[in-house]
Design a protein around this ligand. Structure first.
Ligand SMILES: Nc1nc2c(ncn2[C@@H]2O[C@H](COP(=O)(O)OP(=O)(O)O)[C@@H](O)[C@H]2O)c(=O)[nH]1
Ligand SMILES: [Mg+2]
Length: 446
């Protein structure tokens, strides 16, 4: 199951909590069951799933709700916290300082993505003004040398290797000598499929000889449950200091790889999200879980909600919920959101936005929201109040007046229809929009 699907099924589970009229024991139990199902389908280890769901249930049912937040919010907070602690509470960045040579050794089976990540990590630090270097210690696979050499050349990072060498230890020592002035040296090692024992032996030996500052295990995010066994085997041979999960783009069954974290106790430091050398991200647990839940970074969200305390007069809120949602109202929403910080971030927090908007739209959302504001400003009052009257000549006029294209105007109108439909749906279900309980976000509907 794809990681993004895990995201949307967790999100659906959470959404149910938002929409149910009361949050009681039955709601919590159903939520826990939904979460279990989502995690199991994403290949997370059964024991882990049971542990997490038990803690969520206990806390959600028994913990006292802190003042200032609703029971609903509390339940979501518990889910979020438990999932976050499952992938690592805080980000653990790879610390590299100028002038202090740091040797990072990558391990993992063949095809997990070591060589590619070696280059990605080098580039990551190069972009931050540090001096990286790459060493090819894969003396096993023909072509390993050329692969890393080419990658190094492309990103302009110093590279050392010996295509004829048989002993990786010797190669690494020679490389380390040459790179004594570098800040981070990334050692790419061999991985094998079948002769696992051989691989483990070589890895152990290499680690003992060169004594790297850190051993980072590269795990293919698509291998599911196997990741757990793999991580355990490696960890027993050489304590793994950190983990990099690759291929979390596409159809990664990331849950299995995430279980590996629990097996080794080592933090995930990076994730690989594509084949290109820039497709690497520092792993930030809260952001990751937020993404899984389809609601951005919850902590930031709760903070923002408290900070902003945007309220819409009750009369207006009632009018909107009764179906009267005009473009003027939409404009006001944009204005309100604008005061809350970076658009993109806030957009992810908007009800229904993170999963209903295509990714490409989110990417350009910042510019777009600004555009939409200008477009609405260029409309006549009767158009804002009654958008139904829009025809092609009105669209053309507004596009011209706002310096945008007709396509832009149509897109805005489409977005408007979507939001109105969503509000109507909410009304029918008599639920609140996500995060609209308590202090309300971005407006208060009571
Ligand atoms: N989609 C995707 N492919 C990746 C990623 N990282 C590596 N790959 C691909 O995985 C394959 C194996 O990578 P490689 O670095 O040679 O693995 P190694 O044998 O462990 O050194 C290559 O085709 C890479 O392009 C990633 O983050 N996403
Ligand atoms: Mg390789």
């Amino acid at each position: 199951m794809a990681l993004d699907r895990l995201g949307s099924s967790l999100y659906d589970a959470i959404k149910k909590v938002f929409r149910s009229s009361v949050v009681d024991e039955a709601t919590v139990k159903e939520l826990v069951r939904d979460i279990q199902r989502a995690l199991l389908q994403a290949d997370v280890n059964v024991q882990l799933v049971l542990g997490i769901s038990k803690r969520i249930e206990e806390r959600a049912l028994n913990e006292k709700v802190p003042p200032g937040i609703s029971r609903r919010e509390h339940v979501i907070k518990v889910v979020y916290e438990e999932l976050t602690s499952f992938v690592g509470e805080k980000p653990v960045p790879l610390k590299v300082e100028p002038g202090k040579r740091y040797v990072l050794m990558l391990v993992g089976i063949q095809g997990s993505g070591k060589t590619t990540q070696a280059a990605k990590i080098a580039r990551h630090f190069q972009k931050r003004g540090l001096k990286p270097a790459l060493i090819c210690a894969d003396t096993f696979r023909p072509g390993a040398y050329a692969q890393l050499q080419q990658l190094a050349q492309r990103i302009n990072v110093p590279f050392f290797g010996d295509p004829k060498a048989k002993d990786p230890v010797k190669v690494v020592f020679a490389g380390l000598k040459q790179f004594s002035d570098k800040d981070i040296i990334i050692v790419d090692t061999a991985g094998r499929h079948k002769e696992e024992q051989e691989l483990i032996k070589e890895m152990k030996n290499l680690e003992k000889s060169i004594k790297p500052d850190e051993v980072m295990m590269v795990i293919d995010g698509t291998i599911g449950q196997q990741a757990l066994i793999q991580a355990k085997t490696f960890h027993e041979a050489t304590p793994i200091g950190s983990i990099l999960v690759t291929k979390l783009d596409g159809s990664a069954r990331g849950g299995g790889a995430l279980s590996a974290v629990a097996a080794t106790g080592a933090p995930i430091k990076f994730i690989g999200t594509g084949e290109k050398v820039e497709d690497i991200e520092q792993f930030i647990p809260s952001r990751f879980v937020g993404r899984l839940l389809g609601m951005g970074d919850l902590e930031t969200l709760l903070e923002k909600v408290k900070e902003a305390e945007i309220k819409v007069p009750e009369k207006k809120a009632k009018a909107i919920l009764s179906g009267k949602f005009t473009l003027t109202d939409m404009y006001e929403q944009f204005e309100a959101v604008k005061g809350m910080g970076p658009f993109r971030k806030v957009l992810k927090m908007l009800p229904g936005m993170s999963y209903d908007l295509p990714e490409e739209m989110l990417n350009t959302a910042e510019g777009r929201l600004e555009k939409w504001r200008v477009i609405i400003q260029s409309m006549r009052p009767q158009e804002k109040e009654n958008p139904k009257i829009f025809n092609s000549s009105r669209v053309r006029r507004v596009a011209r007046g706002s310096g945008t294209s007709e396509k832009d105007v149509k897109e805005l109108l489409k977005q408007y229809v979507m939001m109105r439909r969503m509000l109507k749906m909410m009304k029918r279900k008599k639920g609140k929009l996500p995060f609209m309980g308590g202090k309300g976000f971005p407006t208060e509907f009571k």
